[in-house]
Structure formats: C-alpha cells, structure tokens
Design a protein around this ligand. Sequence first.
Ligand code: UDP
Ligand code: MG
Length: 319
Amino acid sequence: MNSSAFSKSKLPTLLSIVVPVYNEAGNISPLVDAIKKSVDNLSITYEVIFIDDGSQDGTWDAVTKVSRADPRVKGLSLSRNFGHQHAILAGYSIAEGKAVISMDGDLQHPPSLLPAMLREWQNGFKIVHTRRISHRKQPAFKRLTSKAFYWVFSLLTQVVIPEGSSDFRLLDRQVLDNITKFNDVEFFIRGVVNWIGFPATVLTYQENERFSDKSKYTFTRMFRLAVSGVVAFTSLPLKIGIWLGLFTSVLAFLEIIYIFIKFVQGVTVPGWASIVGIVSFLFGILFMILGCIGLYIANIHENLKNRPRFVIQQKVNLS
Ligand code: UDP
Ligand code: MG
C-alpha cells in the first residue's frame, strides 16, 4: 500500500456501497471494476461491502480475492442463506459511510449512476431512490407480477412504492441509523424506506442485463417477499373478514325472508345444488380468512422469538 492510500484510508469513510450476493462468483470482480471506474475520480473515501448470503459457488473466494488486492473492498459472509433483505440489513449494520448505497451484485444496477446519486445527497436529500424506466429485458411474467404487487401493496398499505423500485438507493447516515433500529423480523426495506419520511428524490436508470448467471429470485421467493411485505405493513387483510361476514349475513337474511314468503304461498324452494354451492363457497372464504389470521399470528410468533435476523460467519477487511 503506498503512503497516500494509507493516509486516505485513515479518513472517515464518506460512502459505503453495500452489495448482497448469493451465488454471484462471476460478477464480483466485474462489479468492483465498474464501481471503481465511476467512483475513483470523485476523490472520495469509500468502501464496498459484499455480503455473501450463504453462497455455494465460490462467491466468498471471489470476494476475498478482490479484497486482498484492495482494502476498500470488504466482505461479510453469513452462516447460511438468510435472504436478500436480511443480507442488505447485515451490510447496513456494519457500513461506516456518511452515505450508504445498496445495489445488486449482478450489474443490473448501473454503477455509472453512483456519482449522480452522491450529488443528490450533497444537494441535501437524505434518501435517493432509483426507478428503472425500462425493463424490457425482463420476462413478461416478472414484469406483470411486479407491477401487480406494487399496485396491490400501495392500495392495501397507503405506503406508495412506485413501480420499478428495487433495492438500489442511497441513504443518509441519519436515515440508516433509524432503519437499523426497526425490529421487524421479516424486513421489507423497500416499504420501510418509503414509509419513514425525510427529504427524498428519485433518479431513473435503464436496467442492464444480468452480467453472469441467472436471477436468484424464483417465483416462490418473490411471492414470499410480497406476502411478508404486506403483512409487515398493514393489518387490513385481517379486517376483510368482518366485511365479508357482514355481507354474507345480510344475503343469508334476505334468503330466509324469501323462503318464508314462498312457504306462506305454499311453495317449497328446491335447492340441493344451491345449498351445496353456497356452503362450499362460504367454507372457502372461511378458510382463507383463517389462513390470513394464521399469517399474522405466525408473524407475532416470529417477532416474539426475537432471534437475530442474520448470523455472521466470517469477515474480511472488517474489524
Ligand atoms: N440475493 C441475495 N440473497 C438471496 C437472493 C438474492 O443476496 O437469497 C442477491 C443477489 O445475489 C443479487 C440481488 O440479491 O445481488 C438481487 O437478486 P437477483 O438479481 O437474483 O434478483 P432480480 O434482479 O432477478 O430481481
Ligand atoms: Mg438481478
């Protein structure tokens, strides 16, 4: 290490770049190169922290290799796969920067946007969101489900997450310190960041293709993230049962009156099929509501356990 690099590393870190990675061995080195290309000439102190979320493909070796060559590249490996959101949280909890940017490790979030994000922060914004303006390169199914999720989430929770949001954003130290205090066991950062307030702005970008390998978000993982996000942000689904119950009771009451009138007129109402139909329909609704209540109880149960949301196994270039 030369002396200027040494004195630089003594200065407080201005920017931390937090990158959660799960089986991204082929992306580590290209991403570090791309970050350096866009940040090095800003002459700021920065660190890049990779959080290896329980990879099995040599991602950790790739991280230690680049961090040996540059002390500003740091690594944290979790003891198993804890999921994208918790990996980001692990990164947030050790980042030292006055501004902290989280981005994906597959180069879909363009590092060339970093200087513009930093500029917005220097202009006084405490949160710099980003929005992809085109995701033509994503499969139609993913595009559709993502659009549907943001629409339903905003409708149910009154917390608006714009379509095209992801976990590519800058947070000021003050916002970050508040967020890491949240105790949600199912952490949904995109929701929290849109809920918390503070002066915020949005930058747009064109999404790149994944550099190497394929998406780690299977449909089940996406669905789980969506459900836990809704459960963490609103109890409205719990109350739907009341309205449905009220509606079906009124309907049943009207039906009884109808049957009574027919009875007085000397007509018996035939209806095996309608009875079976209505009963099975109502049972369907009943089980759905029960399942919904179950989701919330499970959430309370998980929160009561108060377990850590991630467990650290190893560190490199981190104390
Ligand atoms: N990721 C992670 N843990 C997981 C799943 C994904 O840390 O359990 C990381 C992944 O390595 C990537 C980022 O989260 O850096 C976003 O994942 P991906 O690119 O697979 O999602 P997509 O862009 O397809 O939504
Ligand atoms: Mg991706």
